[in-house]
Design a protein around this ligand. Structure first.
Ligand code: APR
Length: 311
């Protein structure tokens, strides 16, 4: 069987790490695409990762390009094209610039990789994934936004830091939009099956939820120039791997809801099953009144952001 092909649209901070992780997981050959002005940089990154091969032993090829023809026939596309958040900017400030970029990317992906599974990372995520879906005309199963995996991972990290227990044994999910209105479902979080609410006080849990909501901004402030890139890249590659290997992992992702959770026509963070059919299923859970009200609130925020796309 021929190797899979993975194209990364945007070869900046996240793009470079996506290439590295995809190579280390030996998921397939990798193309890093960026605009002509960045061609030298993506070619350089590709060569550098190629030269890691003898040490790590992975047999995949990595190429940098600014020619969309090179993404032809890709199985997976991961989009980070756009500009990242700068200090003082919220995700919505990025809208007008990244919207035009996403429309251009969607047209080209449709032309050169019409059967691919597409993972969108560019912010504002909820609007960008919607834009890709609308402009490309792809099926809803083949378009997904990476957000919930990262937000849930951040929540898990802060719980591990709080309790001192292994992050591996912490399960939890964060639903809703990828912004400050996200909804951590703390009630269902466990540490090795033990309810988190039995281990950590309600007061501390509220603080951890708040830190999770603003975790992206915390990193933006610390970096001073750009936004998080290691964890976002890892999360997207876990999603790509679940698709390529038909693992059917259950991952919170921004998927198109058509009635699930009472939401219709919007991409929003929900528990999804990712396998060879792309987003194969959305798993619904019974929400309590508080969670339902938070989900309604985050949906209003997502609706407002999406309305700004004018699509
Ligand atoms: N087509 C392809 N790539 C583009 C285009 C375009 N039309 N316009 C810009 N890019 C490229 C930039 O040249 C840059 O290399 O997208 C890349 C973005 O990389 P970074 O600026 O390093 O940003 P990064 O940290 O990788 O984040 C990318 O993900 O999390 C989000 O908010 C973040 O929207 C941002 C995106």
């Amino acid at each position: 069987m021929a190797r899979y092909k993975i194209a990364l649209i945007g070869g900046g901070q996240i793009g470079g790490n996506l290439a590295l992780i995809a190579a280390e997981k030996e998921l397939g050959d990798i193309v890093i695409f960026d605009i002509p002005k960045m061609e030298g940089i993506v070619k350089g990154k590709a060569l550098d990762i190629m030269q890691l091969r003898p040490h790590d032993g992975y047999d995949v090829n990595i190429n940098g390009t600014s020619d969309y023809k090179d993404i032809e026939g890709s199985d997976v596309i991961v989009i980070t094209a756009g500009i990242p958040r700068k200090p003082g900017m919220d995700r919505e400030d990025l809208m007008s610039i990244n919207l035009d970029i996403m429309k251009d990317v969607a047209k080209n992906v449709k032309e050169y990789a019409p059967d691919s599974f597409v993972i969108v990372i560019s912010n504002p995520l909820d609007a960008m994934v919607y834009t890709f879906y609308k402009v490309s005309g792809f099926s809803k199963n083949n378009v997904v936004g990476m957000a919930g995996a990262l937000d849930s991972g951040r929540f898990r990290t802060f719980i591990a830091m709080e309790t001192g227990y292994s992050v591996q044994d912490i399960t939890c999910m964060v639903l809703g939009g990828h912004g400050d209105s996200m909804v951590p479902i703390t009630r269902l979080a466990t540490v090795g099956g033990v309810p988190l609410t039995d281990i950590v006080s309600a007061e501390r849990l509220t603080e951890i939820e708040d830190r999770t909501r603003f975790a992206g901004g915390e990193i933006v402030k610390l970096l001073g120039n750009g936004s998080a890139y290691y964890a976002p890249a890892q999360c997207a590659m876990e999603m790509a791997e679940s698709y390529l290997k038909d693992k059917k992992r259950v991952i919170p992702c921004a998927a198109l809801c058509e009635g699930e959770f009472g939401i219709d026509g919007y991409f929003i963070g929900v528990p999804t099953v990712i396998g060879c059919g792309g987003v194969e299923k959305i798993l619904e859970i019974k929400l309590n009144a508080d969670e339902r009200s938070m989900l309604n609130n985050t949906l209003d925020v997502v609706k407002k952001t999406v309305s700004e796309t004018c699509l």
